[in-house]
Design a protein around this ligand. Structure first.
Ligand SMILES: [Zn+2]
Length: 415
C-alpha cells in the first residue's frame, strides 16, 4: 500500500495527465477544453476510488461528496484543475489533490463525520483563454455577469458560449447556477502561494487574511505626430516624452508608500501601446495600462489620486492631453476570521511554522467568500514562481497542507 507521500505523488501525475512531473513545456489545460475535461475525469476516478459520490453542477464544476445525511451541513474544500498556456502542474491541482488526500486519510482512519464533506474542482479558473477568471466559482456564488460573458472569444474566435456548450453544459443553465446558501456551510481552499514570502521567512504554511483585488487604469496621452527629422526639439507635442516619466513615478512612489505605511501595495505599468510606432514619427498617442493591488483599498485610491495629479502636471508641461480612465475597481475580499484563526491554530498545533499573510493573486475562494464563510491556506512554491513550467512545490509541502486540512476537517465535521 502507498504511504501518503507516494499516494500524493501518484495522484498529482494522474490529475496532470502525465507519467512524471517534468514537462519542460508545462501544462495546457485551458478552461472548457478537452484537456480540462480529461483532468476532471481523473478527479472523478480518484474520488470514486475513495468512495465519494460525484456529479457535475450547472456550470461544469465537478463535485465529489462524502454524504452522511441530506440535511447535514456541508463543508467544501477544493480549487481548480485548469491552467494557463504552458502553465505549471501545481496551481489549482494542489488544492484539489490535498482535499482528496485529506478525505483519504479520514477514511483510512475510519473517521465518521457528522457533516457532509465535499471536494470541488471549479471549472475555468484561469483567465488565460477568455480573459475572464474564476467562471465556475463566480457562477455558483452568484457573481457571474452572463450577459457580459456570452460574446467573449478566445484566440481562435470561439465564444465562451460555444466552448461551454461543446463541454455539454447548457448555456441557459449557467444563468441559473447559483447555489442556495444552505447548500454549503463553509469553503476552504489550499493553493500554492505564487509569491516568495513563505520561502523567504522559512515558513511551512500561510493563512490568508485577505485577497488584494486590482484597480486598473488606462492612461492615454495624446500629442501630435510629426516628422522626427524636420521638427525641432522645441516645437513638439511628444506624447511619449510626456508620459514616460510616469513609469518610474508609479514604481518609486509605490515603494515609498510601502516604506512608510506598508499596505502591501503593488503597482505596475504593465502595458504600453505607442502610435504610430514608426521610427520616423514623433509619438502622437501613448496608452499605459496600470495594475494596482493591495488589500488596503484606501491605499489604492490614494495612489490613483497621485497618478492623476502627476498626469495633470505632465499635461501642462508637455502640451499634450492626458486622460486617466478606471477600467477595473474591485474591492478587496476579506476571509472569515473564525476559519482563519482555526487554520492558524491547527497549523501551530501540528508544529508547522504558520504565518498570517495577504494574497496578491485572486483565487476561487474570493467568490466563495462573498456567499459563504471561507478560508485560504497557502503552501510555499519554489522561488515564488508560477504560471510557467518551472512552477514547483515539494511533495512534503503538499503533505503538510493535507495534514492541516485533515485535522481541520476532523474538528469541524465532528460536531
Ligand atoms: Zn490557481
Amino acid at each position: 500500500m502507498l504511504n501518503l507521500q507516494e499516494w500524493i505523488e501518484q495522484k498529482l501525475c494522474e490529475l496532470n495527465l502525465v507519467e512524471r512531473m517534468e514537462d519542460p513545456h508545462g501544462y495546457n489545460r485551458l478552461g472548457y477544453t478537452e484537456e480540462e475535461r480529461k483532468s476532471h475525469q481523473q478527479f472523478i476516478r480518484i474520488a470514486k476510488e475513495l468512495g465519494l459520490n460525484t456529479y457535475q453542477d450547472r456550470v461544469g464544476n465537478q463535485w465529489a461528496i462524502w454524504n452522511v445525511h441530506k440535511t447535514a451541513p456541508t463543508i467544501a474544500l477544493g480549487s481548480h484543475l485548469d491552467t494557463v498556456y504552458n502553465g505549471g502542474g501545481y496551481d489549482g491541482v494542489a488544492g484539489v489533490l490535498s482535499a482528496l488526500a485529506a478525505v483519504k486519510i479520514l477514511k483510512d482512519n475510519q473517521f465518521t463525520p457528522k457533516k457532509n464533506i465535499a471536494v470541488v474542482c471549479f471549472i475555468s479558473e484561469e483567465s488565460a483563454r477568455f480573459g475572464v477568471s474564476t467562471i465556475g466559482s463566480k457562477a455558483i456564488s452568484g457573481e457571474l455577469m452572463i450577459e457580459e460573458l456570452e460574446g467573449v472569444r478566445d484566440r481562435d474566435g470561439i465564444t465562451v458560449k460555444e466552448a461551454v456548450e461543446q463541454m455539454g453544459v447548457k448555456w441557459e443553465d449557467l444563468t441559473d447556477a447559483t447555489l442556495p446558501l444552505s447548500r454549503l456551510e463553509q469553503f476552504v481552499e489550499l493553493h500554492i502561494e505564487q509569491g516568495r514570502k513563505l520561502q523567504d521567512c522559512h515558513a511551512d504554511l500561510g493563512v490568508v487574511t485577505g485577497i488584494a483585488r486590482p484597480t486598473r487604469l488606462l492612461v492615454t496621452a495624446s500629442g501630435i505626430a510629426n516628422h522626427t527629422g524636420t521638427t525641432s526639439m522645441n516645437n513638439r507635442n511628444d506624447a511619449l516624452v510626456a508620459i514616460a516619466p510616469l513609469v518610474q513615478y508609479v514604481s518609486e512612489l509605490t515603494k515609498h508608500i510601502n516604506k512608510q505605511e506598508d499596505p502591501h501595495l503593488v503597482a505596475t505599468v504593465s502595458t504600453v501601446d505607442v502610435k504610430p510606432n514608426s521610427m520616423t514619427s514623433i509619438p502622437s498617442k501613448v496608452e499605459f495600462g496600470i495594475d494596482i493591488r493591495s488589500v488596503d483599498d484606501t491605499a489604492k485610491q490614494s495612489l490613483v489620486t497621485k497618478i492623476k495629479q502627476f498626469c495633470k502636471e505632465a499635461e501642462k508641461k508637455h502640451q499634450v492631453k492626458i486622460e486617466v480612465e478606471t477600467l477595473v475597481e474591485n474591492k478587496s475580499v476579506f476571509l472569515d476570521d473564525t476559519i482563519k484563526s482555526k487554520l492558524l491554530e491547527t497549523g501551530h498545533q501540528l508544529g508547522f511554522k504558520t504565518e498570517l499573510m495577504v494574497s496578491g493573486a485572486g483565487h476561487d475562494v474570493m467568490n466563495m467568500a462573498t456567499r459563504w464563510p471561507s478560508g485560504l491556506l497557502f503552501i510555499p512554491c519554489r522561488d515564488g514562481i508560477s504560471h510557467q513550467p518551472k512552477e514547483y512545490t515539494e511533495i512534503s509541502n503538499l503533505v503538510n497542507g493535507t495534514k492541516v486540512l485533515t485535522e481541520y476537517l476532523q474538528i469541524e465535521a465532528k460536531q
